[in-house]
Design a protein around this ligand. Structure first.
Ligand code: EPZ
Length: 422
């Protein structure tokens, strides 16, 4: 079994380029099947979740060509009956829920297993279902499957009780060719939501207001393929920013949109580091001592839940007590147990608050990625720890990080993948 082996303690130095956002690409690729003609999508990250999606599209009959970070998706060969072939992939990943919205939009029906993905506690999809129902679909959950049918889809006013990235994108997919106008209130504002809307607009959709609380979708009769480039991944960029701070390094993160990282930049400055913004890059100079801070995860433009785990590593190293309040997912502190194996002192209270006592010297250990972002945090912990750290659970990390070992090695880290006989 492959694991990552790190000899920590080297400050990261140099430049790293970040490709497109996983969570944007995972909304855009299913949207491409709505078109009559092929789309060419650039800046697609080369990660396992995307590979799974490509497999799903091929299995339902699409032709997908991949050339580096560019995908060419021709949806003309897709047949509804082929969806029985994608049940395994559908169960494996969270973003398979976008197949519900896309297939409902295209065929007025869909029956697929409920989605898998990172175990972050309960991850209901009730708001996706309510939205499909509001558009006129009959939806049933039975034996682990979602089964939705609609004679026709009709525009509706939909209010989301909670801001949800998945429910917002899924409803846009389902409503884009519905009859009439759909208005989404309390919509998610993440850059990937805006990107999915932009992509659909390039295909001929009429979606306004993405990036604000209210999104208006005027249904169109058909969509056509387009050329598009996926928005840069602010979560991976934020991860590298934190790796620079943790190791006391100096790195330039390229190919990104600094405005998408304001909440992260503000925290790192508060922690004493230097952050210099350019048009499409950010330079981070990690300064010691790291100052203690408090973080509350929030929907965009708040501090992203997907970056609280690397932030947790910084808080272990900081001088003084720091606190994270996790407001999005109920169980996203599993990684804390792994950090304690390295000498960190962290107390989790009420399930959603973690107190980092700070001033800890992390020591190399055998640790595991308990989910995707936890994995990114474990690698940062290894980069800063004294001695050898072995990180297992790479299947989680590979789902969302493109060549993480190569990227850190190019920044001067002593890091490699090793095959262990278990
Ligand atoms: C998306 O998950 C991302 N996944 C997550 O990224 C990310 O952490 C999350 O958004 C928040 O930004 C993808 O885009 C594929 P939500 P999603 O719906 O859509 C509750 C990563 O590591 N909720 O915005 O599943 C939900 O339980 C992953 O890249 C309902 O109650 O998240 C949560 O408390 C992990 N009912 C909150 O809303 C619903 O029907 C926000 O979740 C839907 C969500």
């Amino acid at each position: 079994m492959e694991k990552i082996v790190i000899n920590g303690g080297k400050p990261l130095k140099g430049e790293v380029f970040v490709t497109g956002a996983k969570n944007a690409a995972l909304g855009i690729i299913p949207a491409a099947i709505l078109a009559e003609t092929p789309s060419e999508i650039e800046n697609v990250p080369d990660i396992q979740d995307i590979k799974n999606y490509i497999t799903m599209l091929r299995k339902i009959g699409a032709t997908v060509e991949q050339d580096g970070n560019t995908l060419r998706i021709d949806p003309s060969g897709i047949h509804y009956d082929n969806i029985v072939n994608i049940e395994e992939e559908s169960r494996k990943m969270r973003a398979s829920y976008y197949m519900y919205g896309a297939l409902l939009s295209k065929y007025r029906r869909v029956m697929l297993p409920l989605p898998g993905g990172c175990d972050l506690g309960a991850r209901p999809i009730d708001m996706h279902i309510k939205a499909f129902e509001a558009l006129g679909a009959k939806v049933e959950i039975k034996n682990g499957y979602l089964n939705a049918n609609a004679e026709k889809l009709t525009g509706a006013d939909i209010y989301f009780d909670i801001t949800s990235v998945g429910a917002t994108i899924n409803t846009m997919l389902a409503a884009v060719m519905a009859e009439g106008t759909t208005v989404l209130e309390n919509a998610a504002k993440e850059p990937h939501v805006v990107d999915a809307a932009n992509f659909m607009n390039y295909m001929g959709a009429r979606i306004n207001g993405a990036g604000t609380d209210t999104i208006k979708i005027r249904g169109v009769k058909e969509l056509f393929g387009c050329n598009y480039s996926v928005v840069p991944d602010q979560i991976r960029a934020g991860t590298y920013m934190m790796a620079a701070v943790a190791t006391g390094g100096d790195i330039l993160i390229k190919g990104i949109i600094p405005e998408h990282l304001e909440s992260v930049t503000a925290k790192l400055i508060e922690m004493g580091s230097k952050v210099i913004e350019y048009d499409d890059a950010i330079r981070v100079i990690g300064m010691k001592p790291i100052k203690a801070v408090n973080v509350r995860t929030m929907p965009h433009p708040g501090f992203p839940t997907d970056l609280q785990q690397p932030m947790g590593v910084l808080m272990c190293l900081a001088k003084g007590t720091s606190m994270i309040t996790e407001n999005i997912f109920e169980s996203r502190f599993k990684y804390v147990n792994e950090l304690t194996k390295m000498g960190a002192r962290v107390t989790v209270t009420n399930g959603n608050v973690a107190i980092f006592h700070g001033g800890d010297k992390l020591m190399g250990a055998r640790i595991n990625a308990t989910d995707l972002r936890a994995g990114a945090a474990m690698v940062i912990a290894g980069l800063v720890a004294e001695g050898e750290t072995i990180v297992g659970g790479l299947e989680h990390i590979d789902r969302g990080y493109e060549d993480i070992v190569g990227k850190y090695a190019s920044l001067g880290a002593d890091i490699k993948k090793v095959n262990f006989e278990e």
